[in-house]
Design a protein around this ligand. Sequence first.
Ligand SMILES: [Cu+2]
Length: 320
Amino acid sequence: MQTIVSFKRSFLLVSLFLIPLLSCKDDKKAGQDQEKTTTQINNVENSIEVVTNEMDFQIPARLKSGWTTFKYNNKSSETHFFIFEKMPDGITIDNYNNELVPPIKAAFTHLLNAEIEKAMREFEKVPAWWNEVDMGGGVGLISPKSIAETTIYMHPGTYVMECYVRMPNGMPHAFYGMLKEVVVSEEKNSNKEPDYDYRVNISGVKGIIFQDSVKAGDYRLAVHFKDQTRYESLLGHDVNLVKLDAMSKLDTLANWLNTTNIKAFRTPIPEGLTFLGGVEDLEAGETGYFKTQLTKGTYVLISEIPNALERKMYKTFKVY
Ligand SMILES: [Cu+2]
């Protein structure tokens, strides 16, 4: 039993580092509020710009709590994302860097050398506070030289944001600079919850639910997390929007997203995939939003989890 526990736990860490229809809720209302929402989102004061130049996050160190739109400008030549991990009380990025990163780094080194037992021993050094970390959403995978826009509700607290897409050598981007602390204050901003055009439901039971086809256009999608689950990776599910050059690329994509494979989730990404953002893991009952410009083609909404296809944690659709 102990072996299983530590095995599972190690995959959580591995993943972290390596690691529905939804019709329009109310089309008419969405249309009426469109102008207001657009104004709100375009207001610089009400959105937070996040920039990646290479292996970095440029973002204010402090944010107000409340609905927050992140415009993520990926100026680099690699694919990235960011997830906010909400630290337990009293834990900061110093704890993260001093207590969590060293064993994870060592474990990765061992995994890459196929030294599984040694890797497991390193994972056992992970601090107990790690188990109390909550997932706080973020911007889904976004291709190089692209911008993604995601809106989530930020609760007060201390967060560590990271990207754990892997370098060609297998090491997570977090070890190369994509790891940063953001403190969210008790003081609330005045932003309203955004309106949306289409709704996506995601649950570990029913998978991802969305339409079979959508007309080309600019939309904001609501992603509602009916539940949240831990997989082999012991991470939860999220929703990433990906354009596929051909439907045959779906298997390639799902394999690449399986972080329990030490060889997966590395850059450069497989050809034929364009990552268009999305909403990272949120807790059950929460909703995040993201904007997208859909042009004619084949798309998929998919979770970055092991065996996403077998688990029906994806939904392909056509844009006409
Ligand atoms: Cu990255």
